[in-house]
Design a protein around this ligand. Structure first.
Ligand code: SF4
Length: 387
């Protein structure tokens, strides 16, 4: 995993520092079995906040900052994150600011953010979640326990006192229910050092509340899916720019993405993946004309450019007689399959109505041939080819 990019404004403002901890190798100590620390009555307590980049975790951190607690943020990079990838690729997103929302939240709050790569460890969570999946392939309950567990280990290593999350009871049917809150606290190993400031008043008092590190009466009792209280609270804090919630903080909640991931696992014959595999599922139009091969078709210039980066890993096709999409081919294709792939590539070119279109067919080693084909008509593309 390469180094993470930080927004230029962060470097300029120098209000906080962002830290990338690749692969999270150092996170090994479990909690709460950590060495107790002797505090004076006046020593400032420290909380680590799970920062997704959305409004809820931002408000939770802000509520605790208001109580004079030192807060630092932690953000886990799983590979499925919505942040900072396809949002920056598509042409029609070009007018939107390209920012990493977790970093932006940290900047707005004036806190330090630690971005930790958990791609490898996270695979077990996605592949075989103990508590199953939500509506799509989102293993939210296991995911929350995993992330709070990682934060708990980080807390132990860095002498922090408690963890905060932006969870709200009843907001997510699978993972944010009254009965799942203690389960996450228990399975993560955070126990009563896990504080949910947005709904704390509806839960038993946690250690930070019992010890008086934070005042329970200043915490909230939010419940349900209504977002208006969060929007009102944001206005009270003068926060008027935040990422809009769109069903979840990762692609695993997205039905179309989940379909593509299921298809990928089925074609592969097992539920494994590498980072490139799951990144490619975020990009392009995916068609599986035959069980043994799939095409990924760039939908615009941004996606064509992104897919170009994989030309040395996968066979690919593109039109030479007309403008059109770059198409990656995954799986194994014989000469008949290549003809079909070329006709599909022609369909997604500006020559779709031409009698013949020339298509360059390249293998991953750079060998190239040209096929001149008749583009497929829409009627010749069965709907079930589209994933
Ligand atoms: S939406 Fe994704 S990142 Fe968020 S809890 Fe669910 S699985 Fe985890």
């Amino acid at each position: 995993m390469g180094p993470f990019l930080f927004a230029g404004s962060l470097a300029r403002r120098r209000r906080h520092r962002a830290v990338c901890s690749c692969r999270g190798f150092a996170l090994v100590l479990p909690l709460p079995l950590r060495r107790p620390k002797a505090y004076s009555m006046t020593e400032q307590r420290k909380a680590v906040a799970l920062i997704s980049g959305g409004l809820d975790s931002m408000l939770a951190a802000r509520l605790i900052l208001e109580q004079g607690i030192h807060v630092e943020g932690i953000n886990f990079f799983t590979g499925f994150c919505v942040e900072g990838h396809t949002h920056a690729i598509r042409n029609h997103h070009r007018q939107k600011p390209k920012r990493n929302n977790a970093l932006w939240v940290a900047e707005e709050l004036g806190i330090k953010l630690h971005i930790i790569d958990v791609i490898e460890e996270y695979k077990d969570i996605v592949i075989s979640p103990k508590h199953g999946y939500g509506a799509n392939l989102n293993p939210c309950l296991d995911c929350k326990a995993f992330m709070v567990g990682k934060a708990s280990a980080w807390m132990g290593q860095n002498d922090f006192d408690f963890i905060i999350t932006g969870e709200v009871i009843g907001q997510r049917p699978k993972s944010q229910r009254r009965d799942t809150m203690p389960l996450v606290a228990r399975e993560s190993g955070a126990f009563d050092r896990l504080l949910r400031p947005l709904c704390a008043k509806l839960l038993p008092p946690t250690l930070p509340e019992r010890e008086g590190w934070v005042q329970r009466e200043k915490l909230l009792g939010l419940n349900g899916r209504n977002r208006k209280p969060q929007i009102r609270l944001a206005a009270r804090f003068g926060i008027d720019d935040y990422a809009q919630p769109a069903g979840g903080c990762c692609f695993l909640t997205d039905r179309s993405y989940a379909n593509k991931l299921s298809d990928f696992w089925q074609a592969r014959g097992d539920k494994s993946y590498e980072l490139d595999d799951i990144m490619l599922l975020k990009v392009g139009r995916h068609l599986r004309p035959r069980a043994h091969f799939k095409l990924i078709v760039g939908r615009d210039e941004g996606e064509n450019n992104f897919l170009s980066g994989y030309r040395r890993q996968y066979p690919h096709l593109y039109p030479t007689s007309h403008k059109g999409a770059l198409v990656l081919l995954t799986g194994k294709a014989n000469s008949d399959d290549l003809q079909l792939a070329a006709r599909l590539t022609a369909r997604f070119s500006q020559g779709r109505d031409a009698a013949r279109v020339s298509i360059a067919v390249c293998d991953a080693d750079g060998h190239q041939q040209t096929l001149t084909v008749r583009p497929l008509t829409p009627n010749e593309i069965p709907p079930h080819w589209y994933l």
